[in-house]
Design a protein around this ligand. Structure first.
Ligand code: NDP
Ligand code: ZN
Length: 352
């Protein structure tokens, strides 16, 4: 089968591979719509370390081609939504209430890219289909469902880790698709003032639609000063969904005492994160710093799809480019890598 991925760090291209085999609890899925992610491009550039001959992609919806003999909830032909993070629910780490994303150690639940080929292929493998696949509910489009698997799950997790509550003053760094979903998540949790940091014009429009009250440009003047001017004393909740190690340090500095700093940005293996002790109240300001990874599994997607269905949440609003045909995967991936000003999130209809 064919798949789009990387031969080695910095070398993307089409790979020919054996079709994956299906274990007793597993499923083999043919993707119908695939979305490339910034994390795929980071991986291709070596951001998570060296990798070779790997099919990329971890965001897809599709049709089941085959299920293992022990799968009870799904059958070939079913339309399914596939979480980016597919934990191994048999790991003891899950019983020990360690985050599902890290079932058997750091990022253990991230099988695509981390431990096996991804979804930018004619066929891909999903472990423990019953626990990881979600059926597409009536009233939710496949495109909206596709936005739950990573963008909504991760962005909303930023708002969850920041413990956004009614009336909070929230800053979101980054208005790519992840930051936009963090804005939406914060708004749905009842935030008061929301300030977003970024410059891409297409994203600014969506940020406002999703609930941002003001947009600050990191290209014009000091972000911290602009934010402090717009708020009385800074935010009490800050979500980092873009930027660099300096952004991390700044987020800690601007957040008020007893506030939360929640990171969902993917820092590079080479990055060093540091900040002056003063900005963390000499270690005594009750400022909580968290960083987390896209929650996965079927129930996570079911919950997010209920938000789409019953709150009329427009998850498709972040889709900026639609490509047709499996071969267009390459163009979509390069667009994601280059980050054109009109880009938010591209999707590819495989023609299945
Ligand atoms: P994008 O590249 O689309 O968006 C990044 C945003 O950050 C843009 O709005 C950009 O601004 C902004 N930005 C860049 N530099 C700065 C700066 N110095 N200060 C403030 N803002 C800045 O990324 P995505 O939305 O697709 O993803 C965001 C991050 O989340 C990535 O690192 C991605 O790998 C990661 N990720 C993490 C996951 C997790 O589970 N934790 C899952 C999925 C993704 P501008 O508007 O000017 O372009
Ligand atoms: Zn992703």
């Amino acid at each position: 089968m064919r798949g789009y991925g990387m031969f080695s760090v910095g070398n993307p291209g089409w790979l020919d591979k054996e079709r994956p085999a299906c274990g007793p609890l597993d499923a083999i899925v043919r993707p119908t719509i695939i979305a490339p992610c910034t994390s795929d491009t980071h991986t291709m550039h070596g951001g998570s370390g060296p990798k070779e001959n790997l099919i990329l992609g971890h965001e897809a919806v599709g049709i089941i081609n085959e299920v293992g003999p022990d799968v009870t909830r799904f059958k070939p032909g079913d339309y399914v939504v596939v979480p980016a993070c597919t934990p191994d629910w048999l790991q003891l780490g899950i019983q020990n209430k360690i985050s599902f994303s890290h079932d058997a150690g750091p990022f253990g639940g991230f099988k695509f890219l981390g431990q096996k080929d991804g979804v930018m292929a004619e066929y891909f493998h999903v472990n423990q289909a019953d626990a990881n696949l979600a059926p597409l509910p009536e009233g939710v489009s496949p495109e909206a469902a596709l936005m739950t698997v990573d963008m909504m799950s991760t962005g909303f997790y930023g708002a969850e880790m920041a413990e956004v509550a009614y009336g909070d003053t929230v800053v979101v760094y980054g208005i790519g698709p992840v930051g936009l979903m963090a804005i939406a998540g914060a708004a749905l949790r009842g935030a008061g003032q929301i300030i977003a940091v970024g410059t891409r014009p297409a994203s600014i429009e969506v940020a406002k639609d999703y609930g941002a009250n003001a947009i600050v440009s990191y290209k014009e003047g000091k972000v911290a000063e602009q934010i402090l001017e717009l708020t009385s004393g800074g935010p009490n909740k800050t979500i980092i969904a873009g930027g660099n190690p300096d952004t991390f340090a700044e987020a800690i500095a601007i957040t008020r005492e007893k506030g939360f700093i929640a990171n969902i940005n993917f820092f590079d293996v080479k990055d060093i994160l540091s900040f002056p002790a003063m900005t963390w109240g000499l270690g005594m300001a009750d400022k909580t710093i968290r960083g987390g990874f896209c929650p996965g599994g079927a129930e996570r997607l079911n919950a997010l799809m209920r938000v789409i269905k019953y709150r009329n949440f427009d998850a498709e609003r972040i889709i900026s480019h639609r490509f047709h045909g499996f071969d267009a995967m390459e163009e979509a991936f390069h667009l994601m890598d280059k980050k054109a000003p009109d880009l938010i999130k591209p999707i590819v209809y495989t023609g299945e």
